[in-house]
Design a protein around this ligand. Structure first.
Ligand code: ADP
Ligand code: MG
Length: 681
């Protein structure tokens, strides 16, 4: 068995499963072994019944005492209830539609049961828990991996496949002995074993540390290679022009001090003759777009083209509108290039970009395409950079050698973190909000108050405002979630909001459908936009004054803060209603953070503090950089060590040409350069 062997060679994988696995990115054994669990269920932590808490998955060691109930309630519903006890207390365990359960469970024997706990009529209840005889439990590992799944591949499927290859030591060691010894890291194969089948929590942590280190090492080497290349790179000199002042004066608002400071930094960079590599961090609504517009207008005044890349078509189109509205009357020609641009338009635009007729090109990833050629590109702006990888940013950089680069993000990354993470960039922060911004009033509600929340939306619409209703579609490819968005939409449209104009927006719609809906919403033809989080980044509709988020507890706080930023963008007092459909203390604590603060940085910190609880642990989605296993916010110490080692390696061998570093060079090429130009060759 080799790493490159297809998963087809595994027992239980036929042509169908092979296809499903492929769609999850699992083609060969290596992909499979690198398909790390999303989380773990830890059944090693046995709790006395008396100390169980509601709404969390927990594990207890109990004796099944008697059958309390075993009957057919309805034609397709059978319930079997047991009384169980331990030395601390007793509880009820129910199973549904399992007519054999009463013969399977042996009364008076000890079992370990594990499942979600609820409290009903003052009694502690387990509903359909996992159960295993205590005798068997003793001989097993108690930490179970939970994988990201697709509709046709179950957790068992993956576990069974992994069992066939997990102990074969298929990987070669990829870190040097020096590093392994210095940081006392687990070796590669052992770490792969323990990430899938941790013997205990400690083994898992050590495995994760080792894999994080490796991931961070590659990341840092790559970043340093980029940094070294860009250091002292020359770029066009773009000098200040008095017309910029006229333009700023013509705006219908005054720039904030934060915006002015950032602009001054940008002006100095652009005029320096050295390539600008600057990151602008500014909370949602701090007004980053106008900063980009001014910088790009300056390029135009100097005779250079500029471009801006946005993560979604919806956002790119919104930029097109604001850019045209502000700049076209000044003679600036602005065009849009996105995936859905027709062939005919595309050819025309590409041609006029190449001969220099277009001054500003707005687009999505489509701008990265090889056939986009500029006559004289002075500046590229990347908006909402957290949505792009470092390499996408860099591949554009490589393509347009003498152009300056500006990246903008609303992700509130603590400063200590952004310094290491964006090691290759200078950082500017817009730390002031426009004066006319009013605090968005945020209310977390439970199921009982949902109708009041919906009524509140009606009142706002009756005043002439518009609203967003967000439903979770957390995994893009889960049909279940999509159904919930569509169902919510149908029920709102047919009941509560019968007399209002509603539209639905989700990620599976074609771009054209999305555009039409967004346009109608912007023009006020739709009262309520029911949407998944495709709406999350950047959308700016000033008349929208209320946003309601269903199942708000399922979102990250930073993400909720982003969503909330969709309202309060104009003169109207705005509201955010967070419908928390769960009942855990933790979820209410998290909602409280948003009620109390409008400060993205504060919220991001709190989010970290409150994360993780109960018996499930694993990778948290930090949301702004896609590390496979590492979480930069939690693993910062490892990151720093990896950074030091990366610096050492490159100091000794700046282009990774020495024989001992060839493996490393290949790895980095493989990881980072699959879809972008080779940085190392
Ligand atoms: P973000 O930083 O989240 O990208 P935008 O650039 O979309 O924010 O700006 C949000 C809104 O604020 C826009 O409608 C913009 O015109 C407006 N805006 C920007 N700067 C100011 C300012 N200094 N004063 C008042 N409104 C502003
Ligand atoms: Mg923006």
């Amino acid at each position: 068995m080799k790493l490159n062997d297809s998963v087809r060679y595994l027992k239980g994988v036929g042509p169908k499963k092979e296809k499903y696995l492929k769609s999850m990115g699992i083609n060969n054994i290596k992909d499979l072994l690198l398909y790390f669990p999303r989380a773990y269920e830890d059944q090693s932590n046995i709790k006395p019944i008396r100390s169980l808490v509601a709404e969390e998955k927990q594990t207890s060691l109990v004796k099944f005492v008697e059958i309390l109930e075993d009957r057919q309630i309805r034609r397709n519903l059978r319930i079997t209830k047991f009384l169980v006890e331990d030395s601390s207390s007793s509880a009820i365990v129910s199973f549904f539609n399992n007519r054999f359960i009463k013969d399977t469970i042996k009364l008076n024997d000890l079992y370990v049961i594990s499942g979600k706990v609820s409290i009903f009529n003052n009694a502690i209840q387990f509903t359909s828990p996992d159960f295993i005889e205590y005798k068997k439990y003793l001989g097993q590992r108690h930490i179970y991996p939970i994988y990201n799944l697709s509709k046709n591949i179950s957790n068992k499927d993956i576990s069974k496949m992994i069992d066939q290859v997990i102990d074969k030591n298929l990987f070669e060691e990829s870190l040097s002995k020096g590093i392994i010894d210095k940081y006392k890291l687990m070796d590669k194969n052992e770490s792969i074993l323990n990430i899938h089948r941790p013997a205990d929590r400690k083994a898992y942590i050590r495995a994760k540390q080792r894999l994080c280190f490796e991931e961070f090492l590659y990341f840092n080497i790559n970043l340093l290679l980029i940094k070294n290349k860009n250091k002292n790179a020359e770029a066009y000199k773009i000098g200040f022009d008095e017309k910029i002042n006229d333009f700023i004066e013509s705006l219908d608002f005054e720039l904030t001090q934060g915006q002015k400071n950032v602009l001054n930094e940008i002006f100095a960079d652009l005029a320096s003759g050295k390539k600008m590599n600057r990151l602008i961090q500014g909370d949602v609504g701090s007004g980053k777009t106008i900063v980009a517009i001014i910088a790009m207008y300056l390029c135009y005044l100097n005779g250079y083209q500029s471009s801006i890349m946005a993560p979604t078509e919806v956002l790119a189109k919104q930029h097109l509108n604001s850019f045209r509205q502000m700049l076209e009357k000044l003679g600036v020609k602005v065009e849009l290039l996105v995936g859905s641009t027709s062939k005919k338009n595309r050819d025309r635009i590409l041609n006029s970009v190449e001969i220099g007729e277009v001054d500003i090109l707005i687009g999505t990833h489509a701008l990265l395409n090889e056939d986009v050629k500029f006559k004289k590109l002075g500046l590229n702006v990347t908006d909402e950079q957290h949505r792009f990888g470092v390499m996408q940013r860099e591949s554009f950089n490589t393509k347009v050698k003498n152009a300056h680069s500006l990246v903008m993000t609303a992700t509130p990354i603590p400063r200590t973190l952004s310094l290491v993470l964006f090691n290759d960039l200078d950082i500017s922060i817009i730390d002031t909000m426009p004066l006319n911004r009013k605090k968005i009033t945020t209310m977390a509600i439970n199921r009982l108050s949902l109708n009041r929340g919906l009524d509140f939306i009606k009142k706002e619409i009756d005043k002439g405002r518009q609203a967003y209703i967000i439903t979770p579609l957390i995994e893009e490819n889960s049909d279940l979630d999509l159904n919930s968005a569509i169902e919510t939409f149908d029920s709102l449209r047919n009941n509560t909001f019968k007399n209002y104009k509603l539209a639905l927006l989700h990620g599976r719609m074609t771009n054209q459908e999305k555009d039409e809906i967004m346009r109608a919403f912007e023009e006020g033809k739709i009262d309520i936009l029911v949407s998944t989080t495709v709406i999350e980044v950047g959308i700016n509709v000033k008349n929208a004054s209320v946003i309601l988020v269903y199942d708000a507890q399922r979102f990250g706080l930073a993400q909720l803060h982003q969503l909330r930023g969709r309202v309060g963008r104009g003169e109207h007092k705005s509201y955010c209603i967070l419908y928390n459909s769960s009942n855990t203390d933790l979820s209410w604590k998290r909602m409280k953070v948003l009620e109390a603060s409008n400060d993205g940085f504060y919220i991001a910190d709190k989010d970290l503090e409150l994360r993780g609880s109960g018996n499930v642990f694993g990778k948290e989605q930090s949301g702004f950089l896609d590390f496979k296993i590492a979480d930069i916010t939690k693993d910062l110490a490892i990151f720093k060590h990896a950074q030091i080692e990366a610096e050492k390696i490159l100091e000794e061998d700046p282009d990774l040409t020495k024989a001992k570093n060839l493996g490393l060079k290949n790895k980095i090429n493989q990881i980072y350069n699959e879809s972008s130009p080779k940085i190392l060759n």
